[in-house]
Design a protein around this ligand. Structure first.
Ligand SMILES: Cc1cc2nc3c(=O)[nH]c(=O)nc-3n(C[C@H](O)[C@H](O)[C@H](O)COP(=O)(O)O)c2cc1C
Ligand code: SF4
Length: 374
């Protein structure tokens, strides 16, 4: 019988339990994207707290494209040595560390005046108000090559794997979404075409890192808009095709936060008030269960995982193999150690999302306790 503390492997990456820290931008890198002591301390506390695998916050892959301030970067080789120290530190505490990489596109308000923002189509993002310029095929080719170069650096830096961010309204999820992808060439229209850039990126990354290095993707299960967004059916097509191509794991998320009604209806990736009822928890599980039944690659569920017993039940009654927790490990980095010791109480996180507005994305509950200024 499967348990949440089983020792398992994704490819050759050994995992001491089935918990991951979902990618979370802590906004503590320096202005060029380099590791700082403050950032390293946050990750060290999480690694000491017992989680099997940590996924970094989203990391930018070209120097001129950074969707948010103080993100990590991996856009040239100058990062490799410092990341070796960083990954060694995490490994010393017994956790794995995977880097999530991203190209943001028009899901940004950061330094917008200074840069050309690419997108699938020339359109304004209705949430950020930022205009994107439709990418030419040469620009798509260039971007594919940048993902591959970044993946190679991730491997050289001692990370245990690399994850493609294909959710939440950032560039690759814009390509998947008919709401923002209006292209008439082979990168738009049918879901085969809307997914093409992602398949090309995956294959270029695989070529760059070889067969033994885990490549994961975090993908929207749907946009959850009442307008014409990505449907679950189309998302399933893309996820299954990636599994066929050889991706090593699929982390299921959802919600296109570039579309107004998604946030208004609390249908984004980090939903509020999850803790009010167990019924609200693990809110992408229905899709993830469907996906897990139809592919032979591990599925990781993220989004509102809270009670130990809810995850245990999902694990035992589906093919879902892993569970990511993001906000709960912000409020309690040692949550997994507590659970390992048999103290199975629910996380303290109340899903208020106030951490989005604190320096270092810290939990407001801890700020009050420690009297840290906001
Ligand atoms: C402050 C903050 C930053 C986040 N940054 C990222 C990120 O860099 N990449 C990503 O894929 N998701 C990011 N997320 C979303 C989380 O990984 C996760 O999908 C979401 O919070 C739901 O999971 P949870 O209920 O366990 O928090 C972020 C969430 C928060 C609250
Ligand atoms: S501020 Fe704390 S309690 Fe609120 S969502 Fe963030 S981690 Fe959870």
């Amino acid at each position: 019988m499967k348990t949440l503390f089983d020792k398992t492997k994704i490819l050759n990456m050994e995992m001491k339990n089935r918990f991951l820290r979902g990618a979370l931008w802590v906004a503590l890198a320096d202005e060029k994207g380099h590791v700082t002591k403050e950032l390293s301390d946050v990750y060290e506390e999480i690694a000491k707290g017992g989680v099997g695998t940590i996924i970094t916050g989203y990391t930018f892959i070209t120097e001129d494209e950074q969707p948010n301030p103080n993100m990590l970067g991996i856009y040239n080789d100058s990062f490799i040595d410092e990341y070796k120290d960083f990954t060694n530190m995490i490994h010393k505490h017994g956790s794995n560390i995977i880097m999530q990489i991203v190209y943001g596109g028009f899901m940004t308000n950061f330094n917008v005046g200074e840069r050309v923002i690419w997108g699938p189509s020339t359109m304004k993002n209705e949430v950020t108000g930022t205009m994107a310029k439709e990418m030419s095929k040469d620009e798509i080719k260039y971007l594919v090559s940048k993902y591959a170069e970044a993946a190679k650096r991730v491997k050289a830096s001692g990370f245990d794997g690399v994850e493609i961010h294909c959710g939440h309204g950032y560039m690759l999820s814009q390509f998947l979404s008919p709401y923002y992808n209006k292209r008439e060439d082979e990168y738009g229209g049918t879901i085969e075409n809307r997914g093409r850039i992602i398949f090309e990126i995956y294959e270029a990354m695989r070529e760059a890192v070889g067969k033994e290095f885990p490549i994961l993707i975090k993908i929207n299960s749907a946009d959850y808009t009442s307008f014409n967004g990505l449907s679950e059916e189309d998302s399933l097509y893309v996820a299954r095709k990636l599994a066929e191509l050889g991706i090593d794991a699929i982390e299921v998320t959802g919600g296109n936060e570039s579309i107004k009604d998604v946030k208004e209806n609390n249908l984004g990736a980090a939903r509020r008030r999850v803790a009010l009822s167990k019924e609200n928890e693990s809110y992408f599980k229905d899709y993830a269960i469907k996906l897990s039944k139809s592919i032979d690659k591990p599925v990781i569920l993220v989004g509102g995982n809270r009670h130990f017993e809810v995850m245990d039940d999902i694990l035992k009654n589906s093919e879902i193999e892993y569970f990511s927790l993001s906000r709960p490990l912000t409020s309690e980095p040692d949550l997994i150690n507590k659970w390992a010791k048999g103290d199975l109480k629910a996380p303290k996180c109340v899903s208020c999302n106030a951490c989005y507005n604190t320096i270092g994305k810290r939990c407001i509950l801890n700020i009050k306790k420690k009297k840290i200024n906001l």
